[in-house]
Design a protein around this ligand. Structure first.
Ligand code: AMP
Length: 467
């Protein structure tokens, strides 16, 4: 079969509106609120029930869209997508939503998550004569819909979805309806809201807040919601399976002002921090976060310990991807431009720094060095999740197993590598007990290697290329 380098690891954000005169503008705002879920490309597809229009571009939402291209996105239906991908597939043709003409209709699709049987499905579709336009596994879903022999779109979609395995939250648009889908395991979030009597779909509730939509409910795992002029019609055609909500959404990925899987991310992170203190207290002068992702766990740690909370590192929020590099070598420039230690706060102090996670360990190492250079006497680190030892095949961008520092080093070795006085990770039990939902509801494969949907091929980027 043809060698394909599928983009394996996708961060993505989804948004959709049905029945609002400003559908595309609301979608723009929704994507703006979901920018943290993907910064590589952004796209909006709209429909006035006759014509479907699209605009996609590389970069941030605010850079891709302007008054001119937004004007063309008329109609009262729209869906949008923000995407981050690993290098190699970062090209415009892979930007979503994908749009395809088929049987006198137009389909547009935005996908958050990753399929785990894309190699087999792609091989089969190619044998049947399918020509792929992109290297995205999401395109497979559109082809499966087009290939289905079922009589109507609803059944074609169910037929297509019954063939795919893995993580998928989807928003789809046809000329006259939008559709929201969550896979039976419910790996990635997707919620439903209402604004001025119109329906809204969003990856996270922070996007509903920005457009002043009222949160109605989550799309259930395995549910397909059709939204059109007849109202909202929900079906759950797939056998029920155990839920696998991604716990890493709570730890790092989702915005703290969102409720996902029915619960507040902010309070989940604070609880993780409080539990972290219980398991790994530290004899220090102050608690500080790695901003911004460590902020809420650090608050929880400080509150539980009674140790003063300080912002020993200040973040520059205006660092884009294109800044002019210094002409001469400035030490630790890459670290300092984003996060700058405050010498006056750190000088002579014993600090515990709370981090949401350690992935490769390399940025942590540079940050710890910067804290010591700024005068910290002791630097201890507490991490609000257990060691990350296994790659995610369901949509979180982690490096390969070999690159995950905890897959090959003990906690003591990581402590020494990062240059810490002490290092403590939250336990698996402690993490799960901090959640508002029962532990059985979660996917924790990045910590345990127990993959809720079997990974048939060893899905490293490289082995897929070989497939
Ligand atoms: P490092 O020390 O190089 O492992 O980097 C740790 C930092 O990466 C932490 O501040 C995390 O918030 C952040 N992080 C966690 N998961 C990811 C991810 N999937 N992609 C990018 N950064 C992440």
């Amino acid at each position: 079969m043809q060698k394909k380098n599928y983009s394996l690891k996708e961060y993505c954000g989804l948004f959709g509106v049905y029945g609002h005169k400003d559908a595309a503008r609301l979608t723009y705002l929704g994507l703006y609120a979901l920018q943290h879920r993907g910064q590589e490309s952004a796209g909006i597809v709209s429909s006035d029930e006759k014509d479907v229009r699209q605009f996609k571009g590389m970069g941030l939402v605010a850079d891709v869209f302007n008054n001119e291209n937004m004007k063309a996105l008329s109609g009262n239906l729209a869906i949008g997508h923000v995407r981050y991908s690993t290098t190699g597939s970062s090209i415009l043709k892979n930007a979503q939503p994908f749009v395809a003409e088929y049987a006198n209709d137009t389909f547009a699709l935005g996908h958050n998550g990753n399929l785990v049987n894309s190699v087999e499905l792609c091989a089969k579709l190619e044998r049947q004569g399918t020509i792929f336009q992109t290297t995205m596994d999401s395109e497979i879903i559109l082809h499966l819909i087009a290939h289905s022999k079922k009589p109507n779109l609803k059944d074609k979609l169910i037929d297509a979805l019954s063939k795919i395995r893995g993580a998928y939250s989807l928003v789809l648009l046809t000329k006259d309806q939008i559709i929201g889908v969550r896979d039976p395991n419910g790996f990635r979030p997707l919620c439903l809201g209402q604004i001025d009597g119109s329906w809204v779909l969003a990856s996270e509730t922070c996007a509903l807040d920005l457009v002043q939509a009222r949160y109605v409910r989550d799309i259930e795992p395995g549910e397909i919601v059709f939204i059109n002029k007849r109202g909202i019609n929900s079906v759950s055609p797939f056998p029920k399976v155990k839920h696998s909500f991604c716990i890493f959404e709570y730890i790092y990925f989702a915005r703290p002002d969102s409720n996902i899987f029915g619960n507040s991310v902010y309070f989940a992170r604070k609880k993780l921090g409080a539990q972290l203190f219980k398991e790994h207290p530290a004899d220090v002068d102050m608690v500080m976060p790695v901003p911004d992702s460590g902020n809420y766990a650090a608050l929880g740690y400080a509150e539980a310990s009674g140790i003063p909370f300080e912002m020993g590192i200040v973040r520059n929020h205006y660092v884009g991807r294109t800044f002019i590099q210094p002409t001469q070598h400035i030490r630790d420039f890459g670290v300092k431009i984003k996060l700058n230690p405050v010498k006056e706060v750190l000088k002579g102090k014993r600090v515990v720094i709370v981090e949401d996670s350690i992935v490769r360990g390399t940025t942590s190492k540079a940050r710890v060095k910067a804290l010591r250079d700024a005068g910290a006497k002791e630097v201890h680190m507490r991490v609000s999740c257990p060691p990350l030892r296994h790659p995610c095949y369901y949509g979180i961008d982690f490096p390969t197993k070999e690159e995950l520092i905890a897959s090959s080093m003990s906690v003591e070795q990581i402590r020494d590598f990062v240059g810490l006085d002490s290092l403590g990770y939250l336990s698996l039990e402690g993490m799960l007990s901090s959640m508002a939902l029962p532990k059985e509801e979660f996917c924790i494969c990045c910590f345990t290697g127990d993959y809720p949907i079997p990974i048939k091929h060893a899905l490293s980027k490289h082995s897929l290329e070989k497939a």
